[in-house]
Design a protein. Structure first.
Lengths: 207, 207, 207
C-alpha cells in the first residue's frame, strides 16, 4: 500500500469521525450519523468532481465507503473516550487536508484549469466537506468564521504553483507544499491565529 | 399508460404535496411553495443523475412539471382539508419511495456501479428530495432523526440484489423488493418503530 | 468591450456586494465574506451549468474572479458608506438579473430544452445565487417569501419566447424581454408589490 493511500485513509478517518461527532451532538440516529460522516469525508471531493466533470472516486472505489463505515462504528462505540485520541485525530485531520488540497490542485492541473482555479479546487476538496456537514446540521459553516483552515490550504496551493517553476521533482513539490499546509495549520492552532478582523469594536458592540 | 408511470405520478403528487405543506407552514408565498414542492419531488432524482452523470428526466419530459404544478395548486386551495386525504397521501408517498428506490437502484446497475453504491443511489432518489426541502426551509433534515424511511429503502435495495441471484423474472424482483420497502415503512409507522437509540439516558438528559 | 460584457460585469459587482454585505452582517471573516460574495454572484449560473451539463464559465474565464475580488475588497473598505451608492447598486442588480435571465434562457434554447425549462433556467441563473447565499448564512431564502424578484424573471423569460414567434431581430427581442424584467422589478419595488397572499388573516394570526 502506497504512502499516499495510507495518508488518504487516515485523513478520511479523521474527517468521518469529525462528522460523526457533530451529528451525535445533534442527537441524530445511526443513519443520520453515517450520512453526515460520509458527506464530511467525501463532500469536498465530490463537489470538486462535479464542477470539473470528473468521475467521482468513491462511487467506483469502495475502499472509502468501508473505511468511513468502520470509522463511524468506532466513533459511536467510543464516543465518550474520543477525548483521549483527540490529538491523533487532529494530526490525521491536518495531514488529511494537506493531502486533499494537493489532490485537488493536481486534478485541476490535469484538467487544464487556470492556477487560481486549481488552488480553489484544492481548498474546496479539503474544506467543503465541512461546509456541507454544517449546512446539514443547520449551522453557519464554521470555516466562514475561523478560516485559518482554508488559508492554510490556499497558501499550500500557491506554494505548489511557485515550486512548479523550479527544477524540483514532483515528489519534492508535493512534500514541500503539503508541509506548508500542515505547518500553517499547526502554528495557527498552537498560537490561536485568526485572520485580522475587519470589524471595529464599535461594530461588534452592536451585535 | 403503464402501471409504472401511474405509480410514479402518484408518488410525485405525494412528494409535491408534502413539500407544499412544509412551505405553507413556513408561510412562504406561491413561488416559494412551488419551488419547495418541486425540489421535494425531483430533488433526490436530480442529485442522483448529477452524481452518475445521467440526463435529468424532468428537464426533457414535462409530465412531472405539469403534475407538480397541478398538485401544488390543489394543495394550496384545499390546504385546510388535506387532513381528510392524509391516509391516501401517505399511501402514495409510501408507494412512491418504493418506486423511486427501485428506479435509482436500476439506474445505478445500468451505469455499472457496485451494488452498495446502487443501493445508496436508490435511497438517495427516494429520500434526498426531503433533505433538500428541509435545508431550504432551514430545518435539520427530519430523515437524520427518524430514519425508518431511509432504512426501508436500504433494505428494499438490498433485497433487489439478493433476488437478482435467483431465477426470478425482473418484474417479480421489482414487485417483491418494492413490497419490502412498502411493508417496512407501513409496519414502522404502525408500530412507531425507530432505529435503536445509541444514546444513554444520561446523555439525553444533558440536552 | 461589448455592451453585454459591461452589463454582465456591473451585475456581477452588484451581486458580489450584496453577498459581501450579508456575510458582514453575520460577522464572517474575510475568507467567509469572499466565498459568500462569490457564491452569490456565480452560484445561480453554476447550478444551471451543472444541470445542463455545460462548461462552467468562471472556471475558464477569470474575468469574473477578478471582478468579484475587487468588489469584495471595496465592499469591505467602504462598508459603512455603501448606503450612498445603494441606488446605483440596486440599478446594477436589476440590470444584472435581467441579463442573467436572458443568458440562462438562451443557454437552455441552445441545448434544446423545452421553453418552460428554459424559462426556469433563466430564473435560476438570476435568483439561485441568492438562494445559496441565504442557505450558507443559515437563513430561509428571502426569495421564497418576497418573490417579485423571481416573478420578474419568469415574466421576462416568457416574453422572450412570445417575441421569438414574431419577426423581430434577436437583438430587439433581448432588449425588450430584458426591459420587461427591469420594469417589473422597478415597479414592484416602487409600489411595494408582492404576490397575492394565499393566507387568511386567521392563519397568519396563528403564527
Amino acid at each position: 500500500m502506497s504512502l499516499f493511500l495510507i495518508i488518504d485513509i487516515l485523513g478520511t478517518i479523521a474527517f468521518a469521525v469529525s462528522g460523526a461527532l457533530t451529528a451525535m451532538k445533534k442527537r441524530m440516529d445511526v443513519f443520520g450519523i453515517f450520512i453526515i460522516a460520509f458527506v464530511t469525508a467525501v463532500g469536498g471531493g465530490t463537489l470538486r468532481d462535479l464542477l470539473i466533470d470528473a468521475n467521482i472516486t468513491w462511487m467506483r472505489n469502495l475502499t472509502f465507503v468501508y473505511v468511513i463505515t468502520v470509522a463511524v462504528v468506532l466513533a459511536i462505540i467510543f464516543r465518550r473516550k474520543l477525548g483521549y485520541v483527540r490529538r491523533s485525530l487532529f494530526l490525521f485531520d491536518t495531514i488529511g487536508i494537506a493531502l486533499y488540497t494537493i489532490v485537488g490542485v493536481e486534478k485541476g492541473i490535469a484538467a487544464d484549469f487556470p492556477p487560481i482555479i486549481c488552488v480553489a479546487l484544492g481548498t474546496m476538496s479539503a474544506c467543503f466537506g465541512g461546509v456541507i456537514r454544517d449546512i446539514l446540521c443547520n449551522e453557519i459553516p464554521v470555516i466562514f468564521r475561523k478560516n485559518i483552515y482554508a488559508t492554510a490550504c490556499i497558501v499550500g496551493g500557491v506554494a505548489y504553483f511557485l515550486l512548479l517553476k523550479t527544477t524540483l521533482s514532483s515528489d519534492i513539490i508535493v512534500i514541500i507544499s503539503g508541509s506548508v499546509v500542515i505547518t500553517i495549520r499547526l502554528l495557527a492552532v498552537t498560537f490561536n491565529w485568526s485572520l485580522p478582523s475587519i470589524y471595529r469594536k464599535s461594530e461588534l458592540a452592536e451585535d
